[in-house]
Ligand binder design. Sequence first.
Ligand SMILES: CC(C)(COP(=O)(O)OP(=O)(O)OC[C@H]1O[C@@H](n2cnc3c(N)ncnc32)[C@H](O)[C@@H]1OP(=O)(O)O)[C@@H](O)C(=O)NCCC(=O)NCCS
Length: 154
Amino acid sequence: MTSTRVRALIESDVPDILKIEYSVFPHSTWTSNSFQTCIRSKSGYAYGIFLKRKLIGYIVLHVIIPEAHIVNFAVDMEYQSQGFGQELLSYIFKKLKKLKIKSIFLEVRVSNAKAISLYKKFNFKPIMIRNKYYKNNNEDGVVMALFFNGLLPK
Ligand SMILES: CC(C)(COP(=O)(O)OP(=O)(O)OC[C@H]1O[C@@H](n2cnc3c(N)ncnc32)[C@H](O)[C@@H]1OP(=O)(O)O)[C@@H](O)C(=O)NCCC(=O)NCCS
């Protein structure tokens, strides 16, 4: 059985994060400094999933209770579609529920079927489209939301 560990990211993880970031998001605008800032910030919430001590994925959220925003989420290409993304998201959900988070938001490219399928599995619903949000190819973004009480706000 593969054994993984999820833990909070620290500043010395950033070089490994960047290797994954630039291979999965060729047009990423995130820099070393962006990750360092999230790791240091009080409202930043950054966790990594490790397999045999190797970083294979990470998630970064911006948390302002009772709301959370997933601002970055990736699994190393080599380890995708093997359940690790789901494992990381489940871990984070348990943490967020303890923090009394009531809603989680994220944005995803309309063409990103893999991620959208994963988010739907976790009961995220599309709530709006942001036209031409992704500047490299003018692709639309879907804003998805999860409300823990199951109700959409009026
Ligand atoms: C999106 C991402 C984080 C998901 O992590 P992952 O480890 O690959 O996903 P998992 O193996 O945990 O898959 C969980 C679910 O995702 C969906 N999924 C995974 N691989 C898929 C594929 N090849 N095609 C369609 N759906 C897929 C399925 O719903 C799957 O559930 P299932 O196994 O019950 O069918 C990862 O694929 C990734 O880093 N993608 C590139 C970066 C990205 O798109 N990040 C999100 C930006 S918003």
